[in-house]
Design a protein around this ligand. Structure first.
Ligand code: AMP
Ligand code: MG
Length: 339
């Protein structure tokens, strides 16, 4: 299949909208990561997303809308708490899970009775959804198991020849996937941390809960974590080890490890002005927010540079830290050292 690269002008988005209405797949920018979209009401088109990504089809997709009114056709029930979250965080890097209406195909929800809905803030994403005239079901536009794409270049690397078109809208602002909150239950629960922090969710619905699996996978009560226990996900080819803590202690630990790994091509992902000899350095950002924005691109860049072992500096500085640790620890297959 030939994959067209489209820009963001009106003619290009009209063409992309037509491709979607015809059952084709279009990758598009959002403020979080690039999405791989299909007409949410076309079950065959939705199924082809799984083939293009090489992703198991028991993993539900997020349905993207371009205005609040778009919610009503997709869901049959919106609680008071859900309504407050919608008013506070839509449009934005936020996905809400609600009871689905009968019209949403099982291919979108993996047969579940709930549907995940997002109203992206990104202007190109909004214009594309309006141009298609239908809600767009989309996961991230990477091959299954690879880090999510935050530039059109990343999507080209993974998806060329597999989908009809890629819209190049530049780099994504947030850089990690949306915050997901399940508001189909009586008390909202945060299932995936992202650009909307748990503190922000709680400021709107104070009784909101955090999925205990998120903290469990962060090993809050063990140190250091057992290596390699969890499945690999969002993972680069390089072996990643997270060195977490105060930046001076982090520097000492990484220097020691670089000394122990002289025979391998090493890289360091930094969030400080620490300098390291004999390693490929990528500065990921000085704040948690910048770190989230640059994380996936940095992991892909280490692979491109042929780095075999990456030591990632990390310090948990604010509410954004939860989203980073959730992704970073998976990239590291839970190899985390706290110093
Ligand atoms: P992504 O991982 O960014 O490709 O987006 C899809 C993710 O949204 C899935 O992996 C699920 O974690 C989540 N998701 C979508 N729909 C539902 C749902 N109905 N219930 C729970 N999680 C969902
Ligand atoms: Mg994904």
């Amino acid at each position: 299949m030939e994959t067209k690269i489209l820009n963001t002008d009106d003619a290009a988005l009209a063409e992309a909208g037509q491709i979607l209405r015809d059952g084709g797949l279009v990758a598009f920018p959002t403020e979080t990561v690039y999405g791989l979209g299909a007409d949410a009401y076309n079950a065959d088109a939705v199924r082809s997303i799984y083939t293009a990504k090489g992703r198991p089809s028991d993993n539900p997709l997020i349905v993207h809308i371009a205005d609040i009114a778009g919610l009503s056709g997709l869901t049959r029930e919106i609680s008071e708490g859900a309504r407050a979250l919608i008013n506070a965080f839509m449009p934005g890097p936020f996905t809400i899970i609600l009871k689905k209406s009968r019209t949403v195909p099982d291919a979108v929800t993996a047969g579940m009775d709930t549907v995940a809905i997002r109203f992206p803030e990104n202007e190109t994403a909004q214009r594309l959804i309006k141009s298609a005239g239908v809600p767009i079901a989309a996961p991230s536009a990477n091959l299954s198991g690879k880090p999510s794409p935050t530039t059109a270049e990343h999507v080209k690397n993974d998806m060329t020849g597999r989908i009809a078109a890629i819209i190049d809208g530049g780099a994504c602002e947030v850089g990690v996937e949306s915050t997901i909150v399940d508001a189909s239950r009586s008390v909202p629960m945060l299932l995936r941390p992202g650009g909307i922090t748990f503190e922000m969710i709680q400021s709107v619905v104070p009784e909101s809960e955090l999925d205990p699996n998120i903290l469990r996978s962060l090993g809050e009560d063990e140190k250091p974590l057992c290596p390699g226990m969890k499945y690999k996900h969002y993972a680069p080819d390089a072996e990643v080890t997270v060195i977490e803590g105060d930046m001076r202690a982090v520097k000492r630990e990484i220097e020691k490890r670089l000394g122990d790994n002289k025979n391998r091509r090493c890289g360091v992902l930094t969030m400080s002005d620490n300098a390291y000899d004999s390693a490929v350095i990528i500065h990921c950002g000085d704040t948690n927010r910048e770190y989230a924005k640059n994380l996936f691109a940095s992991l892909r860049e280490f692979d491109r540079l042929g780095v075999e072992t990456v030591f990632a500096e990390f310090e948990n500085r604010d509410g954004y830290g939860l989203a980073i640790r959730n992704r970073l620890y998976k990239a590291a297959a839970q190899r985390v050292v706290r110093v």
